[in-house]
Write a protein that binds this ligand. Sequence first.
Ligand code: ATP
Ligand code: MG
Length: 471
Amino acid sequence: MNFKSDLDQLEIFSRVGKIADELGFETYVVGGYVRDLILKRPSKDIDFVCVGSGIVLAKAVADSFEQHVPLSVFKNFGTANIRLEDWEVEFVGARRESYSHDSRKPIVEDGTLQEDQERRDFTINAMAISVNSHNFGELIDPFDGLGDIKRKTIRTPTDPIITFSDDPLRMMRAIRFATQLKFDIEPDTFLAIVHDAHRIQIVSAERIIDELNKIILTEKPSYGFKLLFVSKLLQEIFPEMVELQGVDSVGDKSHKDNFYHTLQVLDNLSHVSDDLWLRWAAIMHDIAKPATKRFNEKVGWTFHGHEDKGSRMVPGIFRRMKLPMDDRMKYVQKLVRLHLRPISLVSEKVTESAVRRLLFDAGNDIEDLMKLCRADITSKNNNKVQRFLANFDHVEQKMKEVEENDQVRNFQPPVSGEEIMALFDLKPSKVVGELKEEIKEAILDGQIQNNKVEAMDLLYKLAASKGIKTN
Ligand code: ATP
Ligand code: MG
């Protein structure tokens, strides 16, 4: 085989099978790759399990190529990975796992293929395909994973109560696979999740957020969140979101259910963006509604300031969930804080300077903000939806016009601090900052245009009024 040619799956299977034959190891493709093969979901991660040493097999496979093949060995786990072009191939020895109640760590020992399949989380993830020559291609499916794929069902291979108690993360994984594959969770499996939901607390936040982010990145994340909610897992991992659920009424005045509204916004947004952080902004946009909710006799229910308070809640939630505390968090905060601003620009009477200020505040995230605002329209009345969308078309048109004239969304001060200091022989000081700030404000207010000539002109006037002399 020519290593340069595009390796296909069959070439990898047969090469591994041939080497496994020579070593005398029973070897199988196992787990997610088999599931995805049957589901026709393209995947580039292949897991092989052998009855023998996975590390020995991986080395032999790597050595069988003339060219250098990157190999990483994880002695402690008894696994090894090789990279073949764009394939990520992992090898592991078949193992048996047993859990005792006083320790969260399982006892891991060498085992048979059947034992290895029994320790896996779901029937659809526990299928194996042999690659040895005597039974190449045979599907070994002791728990009827194939049937569950046909029935679109997530089910544990053995007693779900024990499976989930051994590793509670599997509860999150059940919901993640159901959401990714659009499957149902088999009733006994689901009841076991409800029963054990509180035990998710013993799992590390890092493992939980990996699964939650995978749910968020699916085509219809609301399905996963509804399963998390009904199973009570959401209460354990993200209580702020559960708080959004419910409707209060006083007399004939009630407000919408903000949990289901948020899920609708998230689904709407997911039609137009795959960006995880924009999706997180949708999840968080109304997170402070419960905390800011008031009833007013005249106007009914209000949530004044929920955008600011919501934005301030983001860091605490990100920290607890082990989400990144960097620019990605700041981006989510910014979108939550600004999510009502475009609505305020809908009115015919809106001034150019209001538009300019939003462009300045949103910067290059303005398109994402508009996506979020459009997704935020969840009325059941289609006429209303169409009218609101047309309003946003109009707002975007205004933004375009203002931006063409003034380029404020990527605002760079037309006169720099260094220039101001040189012109007036000033040391770095408060007054330099004030001059810069006043020029910026004049541009945003539309008193001057965003260019050097008008900025310099204003700068001299401002300096004179402050009694600062030119150099
Ligand atoms: P994907 O890679 O799309 O997330 P996957 O099924 O390959 O899906 P991995 O996390 O890569 O998921 O795990 C590979 C296989 O290892 C699974 O198919 C499953 O058989 C097994 N597995 C993974 N995590 C667990 C777990 N917590 N409990 C039991 N088995 C697991
Ligand atoms: Mg995988």
